[in-house]
Write a protein of this length. Structure first.
Lengths: 257, 279
């Protein structure tokens, strides 16, 4: 008898477990998802992923480059489709003739550089794949100035850890901005692009210049870049997490996945 | 006296500790990965082949809505799926225009950033768990003794008999060379050595940083969007395996089956029709 009762009890428990588990998984996960401690525990993986990529793989490895024939027939636009500041709109009217890119912060030689001067510097042309955090991809040819050359010219301080890109577009109510660390800033494929698919960079893709930081997802590739600031502390900028989507949407700072 | 007590019961050791720990760990981890993965899919509910893909006219699979109805399109075949896929009702009876409904995703509401964080934490548990289980199974003889398909089992007639037995739901324990029958062996080998590694590798192939580090993965799977498609298909096949697995547990004596996966001991009654088979 005892055996039977035990097995009945077990059966009830099992039935309860089976029926309740799906409901439990869902509500349980949602509760955990709202819990600040749990969310910060989940963030550990971001550090782990970046550390794994940086230690186990070649830091200077190049993102795959494609042939001209691989260029996508459509390149989806995301985020802002134009800069929004009055400053930017005036420059746009004037075809960016008087536009100057400001490079400052932790640099010994702060500088302003115009579009023609930027185009006159040694350039890099690369046909790469753009990957959106949402899941889609598109291939385009990008032409631009390696960021490393600009940082060398501005004499970047060895204490600087991050490069912040201030943009001319407000997305929603907040200004867009992004940042990358010095390792990615000096990567040979990290360029300030002013050309796309053999033409001047169109406004909807970030004219006059946008960042290309291949090996990371689309939201890192800031458009309408107006000012580049070197820093050792991201917490003083906007929401403090290093970028618009990091602040607003809790996206990862390291967008290599 | 109870009839049950009259029967002689044989208690056999069935599952090793490593198998049992991995089984339950993996059941939780794979569920979380599936559900957070479906939320990630909701951010762009199209699948493509090749390197490029950003619009539905290039997609081979599309789960979408027409604002009033939901549908799933595979190639040129389109099925209306209002209420489940593409368009469904949320908790407050609000219409949600998402590919997979809230009850199937983690989190329930649309939150790509959170789903990605869940997915990338549990992906580590999934990959490490599989690696440790594979190594343990190699050294403790699980692969050699239980999963290895013996020469005598490679017979079309025997395989056909096993297929017929399964089709008739005749699931009495085999008294052959080992505990697993040939269909079970093929299923478990396929899942452990093909499907699960495929999920991990296609997952890694979607990382732009890993594309730079290990470009051979892109060549292996035919591009990032192909890897994304294969990742989805593999996840679907794994979900299908779990459904069939659970049906087999129910048909072959669920209490005994679940007990053996918890305690490791499998009780075989002397009456042959009461004996459970390894699910």
């Amino acid at each position: 008898m005892t055996d039977d009762r035990t097995s009945f009890r077990r059966r009830d428990v099992l039935r309860g477990v089976t029926l309740g588990s799906s409901a439990l998984i869902l509500s349980g996960c949602d509760v955990m998802n709202e819990n600040a401690t749990f969310r910060s525990a989940l963030r550990v993986a971001e550090k782990l992923n970046q550390a794994t990529h940086r230690t186990l793989t070649d830091r200077a490895a190049l993102a795959p480059e494609f042939a001209l024939s691989d260029i996508s027939p459509v390149f989806k636009t995301n985020g802002s489709l134009t800069g929004t500041s009055t400053d930017y709109l005036a420059h746009l009217q004037n075809n960016f003739a008087d536009w100057r890119l400001r490079i400052d912060g932790m640099v010994a030689n702060p500088m302003d550089i115009g579009l023609e001067a930027l185009r006159a510097m040694p350039a890099r042309t690369q046909i790469t794949r753009h990957d959106c955090v949402e899941g889609w991809s598109a291939i385009a040819q990008w032409q631009g100035t390696p960021l490393r050359l600009l940082l060398q010219q501005a004499q970047l301080s060895p204490r600087a850890k991050y490069i912040v890109f201030h943009c001319a577009d407000n997305y929603g109510a907040r200004p867009y901005y992004e940042s990358i660390d010095v390792i990615d800033a000096f990567h040979p494929q990290t360029i300030l692009a002013w050309g796309m698919n053999g033409e001047t960079l169109p406004v909807k893709y970030g004219a006059p210049v946008r960042l290309r930081v291949e090996r990371q997802l689309g939201y890192k590739h800031a458009k309408y870049v107006m000012r580049i600031e070197a820093t050792d502390d991201l917490s003083k900028f906007h929401g403090g997490k290093g970028g618009y989507w990091e602040d607003v949407g809790d996206y990862e700072y390291y967008a290599g996945i | 006296m109870d009839a049950a007590q009259n029967m002689t019961q044989e208690v056999a050791k069935r599952h090793r500790l490593s198998t049992r720990i991995w089984h339950w760990l993996n059941a939780c981890v794979a569920t979380i990965l599936l559900m957070s993965g479906l939320m990630i899919f909701n951010a762009h509910p199209h699948l493509y082949w090749g390197d490029f893909g950003s619009r539905e006219d290039y997609a081979w699979l599309q789960i979408d809505d027409t604002r009033t109805t939901g549908f799933v399109r595979i190639g040129s075949a389109r099925v209306e799926t209002t209420g489940v896929f593409g368009l469904s009702l949320g908790s407050n009876d609000n219409v949600r225009r998402v590919a997979f409904p809230g009850w199937a995703t983690i989190p329930t509401g649309y939150d790509l950033a959170a789903a990605r964080r869940w997915h990338f934490v549990f992906a580590w548990a999934f990959a490490l768990g599989l690696t440790v289980f594979m190594l343990a199974s190699l050294f403790n003889g699980h692969i050699r003794k239980d999963l290895h398909v013996r020469r005598a089992e490679w017979s079309a007639a025997a395989i056909w008999t096993d297929i017929k037995n399964h089709a008739r739901l005749r699931l009495s324990p085999e008294h052959g060379l080992s505990n697993y029958n040939i269909i079970q062996k093929f299923s478990y080998i396929g899942v452990i050595f093909l499907l699960l590694p495929l999920l991990i590798l296609t997952g890694i192939t979607m990382s732009p940083a890993m594309n730079a580090a290990w470009p051979w993965l892109l060549d292996l799977f035919g591009g990032r969007q192909s890897a994304r498609s294969l990742h989805f298909i593999a996840a679907f096949l794994l979900a299908l395996f779990v459904v069939v697995h659970l049906i087999m547990v129910l048909l072959s004596g669920p209490i005994n089956g679940i007990r053996s996966m918890i305690t490791g001991r499998h009780v075989t009654a002397s009456k042959p029709d009461q004996g459970g088979k390894l699910p």
